[in-house]
Design a protein around this ligand. Structure first.
Ligand SMILES: Cc1cc2nc3c(=O)[nH]c(=O)nc-3n(C[C@H](O)[C@H](O)[C@H](O)COP(=O)(O)OP(=O)(O)OC[C@H]3O[C@@H](n4cnc5c(N)ncnc54)[C@H](O)[C@@H]3O)c2cc1C
Length: 452
């Protein structure tokens, strides 16, 4: 258990070992017959399906939404200018090997999506490069990251008991350093860092690329990868607007959708986020400890508010800005998409996201303009259109991604990763790269490998 990643790999091997001893139950087809049913056409479900397709194992994906991609949601903010923004997942990380390799395979170009972060703090605008952490904190942070690689298993378990804010304070982070760490890191985790397991946070930073995996974006939108995978595996094998309501596991698995259709399979891969998985009527019921873990796990609240401007007044394509204002984090959502027009996205988290989501466009637009004012003056006449998407109340995830709180990384995750009868679980929430598209793909592929 030397790293977060090797720990996960070990547990995957153990789970894989158990799965090998389970065999398919012969001819199991009752109504719509297939060998594997996959719940969810997000990246986990599509990646699982792609592996099964390669092995010529028949499958069907049942997706509740009327679109594929799940929490990857590319949206045309200006169809005439072909400006695409991400309402869900934004960045592909340099360390995210599988997604990079899939993009390579499908000839999807990865564009640089790194930013040169400005700061608006206590009313003062700091252009990129004009602000930094204090020298003592920078030195301490360097030593914390170096030290991570020498932590013993027991140290990691202990770390999981702290929240990230407490851990930073205990290590001498104070004043402006602490304020900025809260603003930046809460953007990563989607809630205040007072709620995040210190192990989940430290392991992510210690094992991430220099820009914390905020490195690339797929040209044309991250959703292109979902489209390519869907084409490859056969669109006829993906049924959208098929919401699973009931799962009955006996000698086989019988899956019933809200529209009354039933599918029978030997194996099930469930990639639904825990909120959605819990709403399904499982027969027999989910094991008590698994249900309890699902009841405890929270998902981070993120709101995205893209604003289309008639000119890119921010000039620098790599513009982003972290702020202590209600708009929280503002970044250029159309970097490297040629046009005079451009989109800035206000990205809010936690309580701020919940507040922003309840306001109208007028309030949100004004908030974005006020936040930009110290750096750019009054740019009201340049504002053309605005949109909003709040993940905190998304019907199928109730949040952007899972948020492991104190004690939960080691306390809940292993329980949620376990298979249950013919069902294997997958999805971002179970991944080593938890909270990322990469993690979703990894868990989907691992679930398929267990079945194969
Ligand atoms: C705002 C935001 C920002 C993000 N930023 C990044 C980022 O910068 N980089 C990054 O790598 N990742 C990011 N992510 C995370 C990334 O989007 C997820 O990790 C990943 O897409 C999750 O994929 P998944 O397949 O596990 O789950 P999902 O994409 O949620 O797929 C699960 C699917 O199951 C379906 N489903 C649920 N219940 C049922 C049911 N009963 N019947 C049938 N279907 C059902 C859902 O509709 C959904 O389509 C972000 C996410 C959000 C929301």
């Amino acid at each position: 258990m030397s790293t977060r990643r090797s720990f996960l790999k070990q547990s995957a091997v153990i789970i894989g070992g158990l799965a090998v001893s389970q065999t398919f139950g012969g001819s199991l087809y009752l109504s719509k017959k297939t060998k594997v049913v996959i719940i969810g056409a997000g990246f986990a479900g599509l990646a699982a399906a792609y592996q099964l397709h390669k092995k010529k194992i028949p499958f069907v994906i049942l997706e509740a939404r009327n679109r594929i991609g799940g929490r990857v949601y590319s949206f045309e903010a200006d169809p005439a200018e072909k400006l695409v923004v991400e309402l869900g997942a934004e960045w592909v990380g340099k360390s995210h090997e599988r997604i990079i390799s899939l993009c390579d395979e499908f000839k999807l170009e990865l564009l640089n999506n790194q930013f040169d972060t400005r700061l608006l703090y206590k009313g003062k605008y700091h252009p990129g490069g004009d602000w930094d952490f204090s020298e003592p904190w920078k030195a301490k942070w360097k030593s914390i990251l170096e030290n991570y690689h020498h932590l013993a298993a027991a140290d990691k378990l202990k770390l999981d008991k702290y929240d990230w804010w407490r851990y930073l304070v205990n290590n001498g982070c104070t004043g402006m350093d602490l304020d900025i760490k809260e603003l930046l890191d809460s953007t990563d985790f989607g809630e205040s860092i007072r709620h995040i397991s210190a192990f989940a946070a430290l392991s992510e930073y210690a094992e991430s690329s220099e820009k914390n995996e905020m490195d690339y974006k797929i040209k044309g939108g991250n959703g292109k990868l979902a489209e390519m995978m869907a084409d490859k595996i056969g669109r006829e094998n993906i049924l959208t607007s098929y919401k699973v309501k009931k799962i009955r596991q006996t000698g086989n698995v019988e899956i019933t959708c809200e529209n009354g259709e039933t599918f029978t399979a030997a194996k099930l891969i469930c990639t639904a986020p825990t909120f959605a998985a819990m709403k399904i009527d499982w027969q027999p019921g989910l094991p008590a400890d698994m249900l309890n873990a699902m009841k405890q796990l929270q998902y981070a609240r993120i709101n995205k508010h893209p604003v289309l401007f008639s000119q890119r007044f921010w000039k620098d394509e790599s513009f982003d800005m972290i702020t202590d204002m209600p708009a929280h984090y503002i970044y250029h959502g159309t970097k490297n998409q040629p046009s005079q027009k451009g989109v800035l996205i206000s990205y809010t988290i936690g309580d701020k996201a919940a507040v922003v989501a309840n306001q109208n466009n007028e309030w949100n637009g004004r908030t974005v303009l006020e936040t930009l004012e110290p750096g750019f003056g009054d740019i009201t006449p340049l504002m053309e259109k605005q949109f909003n998407y709040y993940w905190g109340q998304d019907e199928y995830s109730m949040g952007a991604y899972a948020m492991y709180g104190t004690g939960q990384w080691f306390g809940l995750r292993p329980t949620l990763q376990r298979p249950f009868l013919h069902t294997h679980f997958a999805g971002e929430h179970l991944a080593d790269w938890q909270g990322f598209m990469e993690g979703a793909i990894n868990t989907g592929e691992e679930a398929a490998a267990r079945i194969v």
